[in-house]
Design a protein around this ligand. Structure first.
Ligand SMILES: Cc1ncc(COP(=O)(O)O)c(C=O)c1O
Length: 385
């Protein structure tokens, strides 16, 4: 028997040393909060870090729905739904999601991450070229890799470059275009109508990841039923719960049920999570949801009028400077995470402000004062390029 020359302990220590040498060691802090206000490692803070954009994670009706579901139906779903069966709550939420998105069908998965892996690995194969925006989320990047497809990275939000790439597409292969509709670290948005038109002309399937699309962009009404558009969403941001979903044609959803490994080989979402997401969706689709979106819109406009999403980047550049800026904001009671490589490109480290309808006027004013005191301001789209 030959043993490896280096032990696991040595290998792991070398990896940690490399992380330390690059100044990229991360650690998890302790947050105690209901809604934006709470304590971080024991110090009072207002969080501008969460994707709970409408404040539904702590909404009384959402909390009550989760608690009722646990009391009435229990907690865990027990197994994959292909093994153990779907509970009425799963079916009801899928029907509501399909109705919300205007698609024939919807399928729940454990997370948005799993939903992207499921869609890309089921729909694309070695015979497919995937055209993927350069700033797409990591779950899309991982999905394209797992699909074993040929992947072409398209310059960010560059419709001309995409059109050129599609014009050169090898006709014997399938074409799939995938993009975030709101880019999670830049807060800018894709032109979904133009993308849909381009993909239609090219015979390409369009996969839209709408994880952060609380203020839009909306797909035009005429395209909501389109069989060649697949919408991926999450229950964990606007809906304040946990889980992911795919909304698409029945044909595509049926294929996912039969082939999507992140659906087949994992336990179905828990019953309290499913009920919480459904209660949140009911709120979003009603008058209260419209009012919450209006509140969020006003909060965003207070910082950058007309900005299309609740994600406001403050691009700093150097990693250490971004960390120092985040610490200075924290010293002023504002939790705003520093985002560094590998999440964003080297030299574009930034603060990522995420606003919520749950932020009070005073909390927003506190952030304003803190940014002003440090001479910082959100970086308008494109200014960081
Ligand atoms: C664009 C995008 N897609 C997918 C996900 C994954 O969603 P989830 O947190 O539900 O796994 C995220 C964030 O986490 C995201 O920003």
């Amino acid at each position: 028997m030959t043993r490896p020359t280096r032990s696991w302990a040595e290998r792991l220590a070398a990896r940690q040393d490399a992380i330390d040498a690059a100044g990229r060691r991360r650690s998890i802090r302790d947050l105690d909060a209901v809604g934006p206000a709470g304590t971080l490692d024991g110090r009072p803070v207002v969080s501008f870090a969460s994707n709970d954009y409408l404040g539904l994670a702590a909404h009384p009706a959402v909390r009550a729905a989760a608690a009722d579901a646990a009391r009435t139906h229990g907690v865990g779903a027990g197994a994959s739904r292909l093994v153990v069966g779907a509970r009425p709550a799963h079916r009801a939420l899928e029907a509501a999601l399909a109705s919300w998105k205007g698609t024939e069908a919807a399928l729940l998965l454990p997370t948005g991450y799993a939903a992207n892996l499921g869609v890309l690995t089921s729909l694309a194969d070695a015979d497919t070229v995937i055209y993927s925006d350069a700033l797409n989320h990591a779950s899309i990047v991982d999905g394209t890799r797992l699909a074993r497809a040929r992947v072409e990275i398209v310059p960010h939000a560059d419709l001309d470059a995409l059109a050129q790439a599609l014009a050169a597409h090898p006709p014997e292969r399938a074409a799939l275009v995938v993009t975030d509709t709101v880019f999670s670290m830049d807060g800018d948005v894709a032109d979904v109508a133009a993308l849909a038109a381009l993909c239609r002309d090219a015979g390409a399937l369009l996969v839209l990841d709408e994880a952060h699309a609380v203020l839009g962009p909306e797909l035009p009404e005429s395209l909501r039923h389109a069989p060649d558009i697949v919408r991926v969403g999450t229950l964990s941001k606007t809906l304040g719960a946990i889980g992911g979903f795919v909304a698409a044609s029945s044909q595509i959803v049926d294929l996912l049920v039969n082939t999507a490994r992140p659906f087949i080989f994992t336990t179905a979402p828990s019953l309290p999570d499913t009920a919480a997401a459904h209660a949140a969706l009911d709120i979003v689709r009603g008058d209260e949801g419209t009012a919450l979106v209006g509140r969020l819109r006003a909060a965003v406009d207070r910082f950058v009028p007309g900005h299309p999403s609740p994600i406001l980047p403050v691009v700093i550049g150097d990693e250490r400077d971004a960390l120092a800026a985040a610490q200075s904001l924290l010293d002023r009671g504002c939790l705003v995470p520093a985002i560094r490589p590998p999440t964003v490109a080297a030299g574009t480290s930034r603060l990522r402000i995420a606003l919520s309808a749950a932020h009070t006027d005073e909390q927003l004013a506190q952030l304003h004062r803190a940014l002003d005191a440090l001479g910082l301001a959100p970086t308008p789209i494109g200014a960081e390029a």
